[in-house]
Write a protein that binds this ligand. Structure first.
Ligand code: DX5
Ligand code: ZN
Length: 219
């Protein structure tokens, strides 16, 4: 089954509650919370995401999918568990050692959240194979993390394909999420390559009817 996680990164200022309510009634499968610290990526969305996510927690039962694009993963885990997300995903590239990767996995697990690990476009997927048995999801970035509205990097299809083959051959039961430049043109391609959770921001937020685009992305 394919699911859609709507990124709230590009919500227009002042329209936060209206948009979130619209997405809630259109039954997005997840709200994707893009946490940026101004260090791992240029933008800083830390406080605004904490605020928006707390609002979502108050008004909605739809699960939250937290994507940490931060240097200090530990601190961000501690701050964002307060919004009781379903899953917290951190970047492999934020960790200085393999030990640190395992520490972050354990820390998320201790907080009763599902665990996701993410790779930037230039990171070889083989680098994270050893961690896959300990996580629930692998997030393959299909743009450079940092902002919404970028163009999908076509080379990433091969990476998704490779990962899908690897998890099938080794009977590892995890979700493959893709994030960046997902729209009605790229969605069929990533699904064919093996992705089963699609993050979309601008494609959904710019659509006239959220429900129609969410359904079309899943088809
Ligand atoms: C990029 C973020 C994405 C992004 C998706 O750093 O992780 O979640 O906002 O936005 P679109 O769908 O516009 O590429
Ligand atoms: Zn994201």
């Amino acid at each position: 089954m394919v699911e859609v996680s709507t990124s709230i990164l590009s919500i227009k200022e002042g329209e936060e509650s209206k948009t979130i309510l619209g997405l809630e009634t259109s039954k997005t499968d997840y709200f994707h919370i893009d946490v940026m610290d101004g260090k791992f990526v240029k933008k800083d969305t830390y406080e605004s995401m904490l605020q928006n996510a707390s609002y979502i927690k108050r008004i909605s039962n739809i699960p939250m999918d937290v994507h940490l694009m931060v240097e200090d993963v530990k601190e961000a885990i501690d701050d964002f568990v307060s919004i009781e997300p379903n899953i917290i995903t951190f970047h492999y590239e934020s960790c200085k050692s393999k030990n640190e990767v395992m520490e972050m996995i354990d820390r998320i697990k201790e907080n009763n959240c599902k665990i996701g690990i993410s790779v930037k476009p230039n990171t070889n997927i083989e680098e994270i194979y050893e961690f896959l048995p300990y996580v629930h999801m692998c997030l393959v970035m299909t743009v450079e993390p940092g902002k919404g509205g970028q163009t999908f990097i076509t080379d990433m299809l091969e990476k998704i394909n490779k990962l899908k083959q690897y998890i099938d051959e080794n009977q590892i039961d995890i979700d493959i999420e893709v994030d960046g430049g997902i729209n009605l043109v790229t969605a069929p391609k990533v699904k064919k390559a093996g992705a089963n959770i699609l993050v979309a921001g601008t494609a959904i937020l710019n659509a006239v009817d959220y429900k129609i685009i969410i359904d079309e992305l899943k088809e």
